[in-house]
Design a protein around this ligand. Structure first.
Ligand SMILES: [Zn+2]
Length: 258
């Protein structure tokens, strides 16, 4: 469910879903991806928070996972003011407790049964970042490394981020996996390395990675560093401690209303 499309088949007039009007609800739009013939309609036009584009089912399918990678994020399900990336990061990476607890740093408490939840999963962070440039004061460009900010990240990914990638292969004699950032194939794409806290965790993901195709995106939350050794063949690495640090984003050509 992309948030950007073109008004014309030649793909010269780009339009954001949030900038549409009621009159646009009856228009046909064209997929944002170069070379993709999918045509789109607008859903919830003139509603800046909830508007998005949807593929016309009888027409061409999307050609790339990037066509629909925006997914669907309904902001009315979450309390933006409760989003605290650092607290959430610590929660997802370390604790084994529930992840929906209110943030200590923002001081906003959830009363019993009342109030909306904060974003609490890697998938939700990803979808939020695909939709917003700014969310509760956070610049999402600093949180998510994907194909849209490749130029900024191709020299190395550093710090607490979620990174969009696809599996490549196991590192020889190591319990670690080489990934393509931001996907495969991608012009001048880079390699990154996933380390795993335990052998068991490695094999869990090894099996999953082996069964993916290149159209399935993997989203990894981690503390990313640039390797210190020279001549490394990957630009950044992180360690996975918990299964919930990794999310798989399926691609079905837009058959699922995306
Ligand atoms: Zn498309």
């Amino acid at each position: 469910m992309p948030y950007i499309a073109y008004r014309d088949v030649a793909k010269t007039r780009k339009i954001k879903a949030k900038d549409t009007t009621i009159a646009d609800n009856t228009c046909t739009f064209y997929c944002k991806t170069h070379g993709c013939n999918a045509r789109m309609t607008l859903v919830n036009g003139a509603d800046a928070e909830r508007a998005y584009f949807r593929r016309i089912p009888s027409g061409a399918q999307h050609i790339s996972v990037f066509c629909s990678a925006d997914g669907s994020f309904d902001p009315t399900n979450y309390e933006e003011k409760k989003f605290d990336f650092n607290a959430l990061f610590a929660n997802l990476k370390n604790a084994s407790s529930e992840s929906n607890r209110p943030s200590k740093t923002t001081g906003i408490a959830v009363t019993g049964g009342g109030g909306k939840k904060a974003i609490s999963t890697v998938q939700q962070i990803y979808l939020m970042c695909r939709k917003y440039e700014l969310y509760n004061g956070y610049c999402t460009d600093d949180i998510l490394a994907d194909e849209r900010n490749f130029a900024k990240n191709e020299g190395g990914i550093v710090g607490r981020k979620i990174v969009q990638c696809t599996p490549y292969h196991k590192f020889k004699d190591e319990f670690s996996y080489r990934m393509n950032y931001p996907s495969f194939p991608y012009p001048n794409g880079k390699h990154i390395k996933l380390n795993f806290a335990t052998e068991e965790l490695f094999w869990h993901f090894y099996k999953k990675f082996k069964s993916t195709n290149h159209k399935e995106l993997v989203i990894v939350l981690g503390e990313w560093t640039i390797p210190t050794e020279v001549n490394n063949t990957y630009m950044s690495e992180c360690t996975v401690y918990k299964k919930r640090q990794v999310h798989f984003l399926k691609f079905d050509g837009g058959n699922n209303g995306k």
